[in-house]
Write a protein that binds this ligand. Sequence first.
Ligand code: HEM
Ligand code: HEM
Length: 188
Amino acid sequence: MSTSTTQARYSSLSIALHWLTVLLMVAIYVAIEMHEALPRGHALRRPMEDWHIYLGVILLPIAIFRAIMILRADIPGIVPTPPVWQHRITLAMKVYLYVLMIGNPILGWLMENAEGHAVTLFGLGLPTLVGESEGLAGVVSEAHEILGVSGYFFIGLHAVAALYHHYLVKDNTLLRMLPRSGKQDSAS
Ligand code: HEM
Ligand code: HEM
């Protein structure tokens, strides 16, 4: 990953994909929470789980594409430059977020197949990654839950860090990830 201070923002594509990902992740969590909150037999309980799966499957290629992009991208530098220890934490957080966005859909997919269910996208059958296996289902289900639930804490931390940089440190961390406004364009 290279950095540059000459480029003020992430590319428009990176910004669009970041906020699309945020919407998808929110919907993924809302769907599974609703699934779990609804009583057994409720008409929406099953569709909520289906939507959790569909949106997770849609997120997977987007997250892989973003991960490839970030490896090739020229990342805009933060002004003023934060201390090195902060840079290391930011990097660790980015790696974690990619592990969550790519790892959990794969774990969810493996879990469904190991439990003997086919994964579909709005009814379109997707490849079966593993055969039915009670042992594997238990392990990947546990991993999916731990990684998924950890997301509440770490995504929250990621958002709080962005707001801390914007409102307290007053650097350009968040502005780099926001869509360009006409006013800012004419100012630069
Ligand atoms: C980044 C994407 C994903 C995230 C963050 C995520 C997160 C979660 C969370 C937090 C839970 C609730 C765990 C619990 O408290 O028991 C859950 C359950 C579940 N997830 Fe995902 N998930 C994702 C993608 C997927 C995908 C792609 C599939 C299937 C292909 C899937 C299948 C399931 C199923 C079937 C459950 C219910 C498990 C049960 O009833 O014990 N998930 N997921
Ligand atoms: C589901 C929620 C979120 C996920 C999965 C997520 C994921 C990510 C990822 C993977 C990056 C690294 C981008 C890259 O270099 O490729 C990133 C950067 C960033 N995100 Fe988020 N994000 C989420 C929510 C938010 C929210 C709510 C905010 C603002 C309040 C935010 C602000 C930022 C900022 C400012 C950066 C740039 C950080 C830097 O380059 O140091 N994100 N996000």
